[in-house]
Design a protein around this ligand. Structure first.
Ligand code: TYC
Length: 105
């Protein structure tokens, strides 16, 4: 009898209902170039706040330096907001004019 009821349970269709909810929006975190923030400072920010390797951080920093801006990462809104805030606070503490913004993808 127990086996029977277990078998019957196998027959239950576990259908995933189609969600009518939109996936949560994602935000790009962008670093902007300026003429004064030291390159090394930007590399350290990318390593510590965006968890990049030294090599990747250097590549992104150089891209921002040459092209004017670059993407540090793409995150849900709350994570992106925290990253932008951390960069701005850290730059201000060291009196660098580094700017960081977020933009919906
Ligand atoms: N342009 C800066 C310099 O020559 C370096 C720099 C890179 C500054 C990236 C900001 O987001 C930045 N020292």
């Amino acid at each position: 009898m127990e086996v029977m009821s277990l078998r019957q349970r196998d027959d239950i269709a576990v259908e995933k209902k189609k969600s009518r909810l939109k996936p949560p929006p994602l935000f790009k975190v962008l670093l902007l170039n300026d003429d004064y923030t030291p390159m090394e400072f930007v590399v350290v920010i990318l390593q510590t706040i965006f968890f990049m390797s030294r090599e990747q951080a250097t590549q992104i920093m150089l891209k921002v330096h040459e092209e004017g801006l670059g993407v540090c990462g793409v995150y849900p809104k709350d994570v992106a907001t925290t990253k932008v805030e951390k960069v701005c606070v850290f730059a201000k503490q060291h009196q660098h004019p580094l700017k960081c913004v977020m933009e919906e993808t």
